[in-house]
Design a protein around this ligand. Sequence first.
Ligand code: NOJ
Length: 750
Amino acid sequence: MNNEKAVMAKVQEINASTSKDRVEVRVRDLLDRMSLEEKIGQLNQVEASADNVLDLLGDDIRAGQVGSIINQVDRDTVLELQRIAREESRLGIPLLVGRDVIHGFKTVVPLPIGQAASWNPQLVEACARLASEEASTVGVNWTFAPMIDVCRDPRWGRIAECLGEDPVLTSVLGAAMVRGFQGASLDDPSSLAACAKHFAGYGASESGRDYNTTNLPENELRNVHFPPFRAAVEAGVASLMTSFSDIDGVPATANSFLLRDVLREEWRYDGLVVSDWDAIQQLCVHGLTETRDEAAFQAASAGVDMDMVAGAYLQHLAGLVASGRIELETVDRMVANVLRLKFRLGLFDSRPVLADEPARMTSRSLAKEAALQSCVLLKNEGRALPLDPACLDHLAVIGPLANEPAEQLGTWVFDGDPERSVTPLAAIESLAADAGMSVSHARAMPTTRSLDETAFAEAEAIARNADVVVVFLGEEAILSGEAHCRADIDLPGAQVSLVKRLKAVGKPVIAVIQAGRPLTLTSVIDDLDAILFAWHPGSLGGAAIADLLFGRACPSGKLPVSFPKMVGQIPVYYGHKNTGRPPTPDSIVLIDDIASGAAQTSLGMTAFHLDAGYEPLYRFGFGLSYTEFAYSELSLSAVRITPSETLTVAVNVTNSGEVEGDEIVQLYLRDRFGSVTRPVRELKAFQRVTLAPGETREVRFSLTVEDLKFYKRDQTRGAEAGKFDVWIGGDSAAGRKAEFTLTQDSPAMA
Ligand code: NOJ
């Protein structure tokens, strides 16, 4: 065939195919025209933040040695880098432009753990959409989010970036983030390719220390850590990132069980797998491989397509192919995964490099709504909140985090603009001015970590003259996030002492806590009349907090993660196993109650701590409101179901208080007996409902056999016949209970 005929044949082939096939045909066509060096270039992601990046990278891009850049957000520079790739490289292959756009870009929305407290997938999707619309204006087309590592250890700094301790909540919200980033179509100019990370098990880093080893049996991986990734794959996530951690002796970046057997074979994933930062090179540091070429070999063989900044593929893959250790077919598969994403993003077609700016006002109202729904009211003694401006003349606003435009944004805000922040102090002052109330402010501490108490006297004086004290406590943004782990998760510095001093003044003390993780609040809880936990609430956090404090909005957030009483309880999470000796209130004896000379067997002999009992300080799913919700008995459509039947479980929820409020109605199951032991409760579904005072609404949930399935002793997924308990309530320990029976096993399936 002459050249013209070959092109015509290709065009006919493309026209005849579906859009998915069309992408495959185009990928294949391009692959056929690439040299080995150009293919390997596509697997190479390079750091591009330097000011002279055009000088540094221009020639490499021209030579086809760069498939993706990370960390360049100057729009003109991105434009020029893409122009070089498209116009000056031999095959004109555009670049993937990656950036960690995790919880907002310029406009910052609450931390992911805060967004998770909203239990609102639509809101979470909208937040991701906003981030994507803003980031795509500077040419970013790939974000490294969502992070869907299930985490049950608040010492781990990255808990700020995750969606909590529960596989179902993380799955639902993670999939919502994927939809938000990727939009209706990946080739929309305002869509970003999402990246589900970190596959897998990163959230279980030993002792909550980042990058640490994990020890996760396969059954726990499958039942707890994999489901959010499976949900992301089903939601069409464009890419996945490997975890830094070593899992059962094989770092995730070289783990073919994870990347081939599970991801590609079982889940049929056809997207891109990228290593984490320098993680291929770090296989040597882990002690898995002695040399970098062996590291490149292991990562490529295991299924890592793209090398994030290590340069190991660029340096070693050609040699590995030449020596026959890596087959050309393997390289082609890896490159196809990169090219497929570039085609799906529309980078070869008419997608402009830069998207149009989204409307600023819409961003602000969304950021405020997200902050409103992410705050969790943990304590409200004697209805200390909401504050009634009509009854207050003077308010004391105290603490190191009342007026910190940058700190309220939280971790992962490379691009966040503190100028867009409304701080709590600013919002309270503006509200107070309207209500004729005066506000005095004392910072009391230079930072949350300071031990200097010299400014406490001024704070006490202000408190003395006020009707109510609102104290802004917590952690600065730098105390959580990647590599920012803490072994002690109490309020840092002299904050506990500040609370005690303010309490001694005798006025009601309300704490607003901004932090990137659950904190152990045991030492201050009795000194505070109310606690509003705001996480790091983002740009409009202050405005949301002020509205909540003054009852212009009603708190509705519920905890996506348990709060321990003390660090020694960790891990403490609601979905634990029962054990052979489960504790009950009657079976425990606390340290102060032990009689002297007590016999060895007198202490209950169940699974508890002598100094902490067995319950967390605040449980998963918990959060107060300014109103109250009453739940009826459950009504079930049947008490025996076959695997093909759907069970409907309904409950009447009544707003029995005096203001309108949102309740997050939660359904939990317990599979009483299984071929492997099952958790004491598992969240299966939830709904947010808005109820007027006095209003009752029936909330219905449909359960199918899919909700009853789990990974069994043989590591296949299925449901086993037997009895189940079901609860519907307002948190993971609440709710009316009913029972039903599944009459037969469901067929085993992968
Ligand atoms: C390391 C982090 O673990 C990962 O989550 C992030 O996306 C990459 N660095 C890129 O910055």
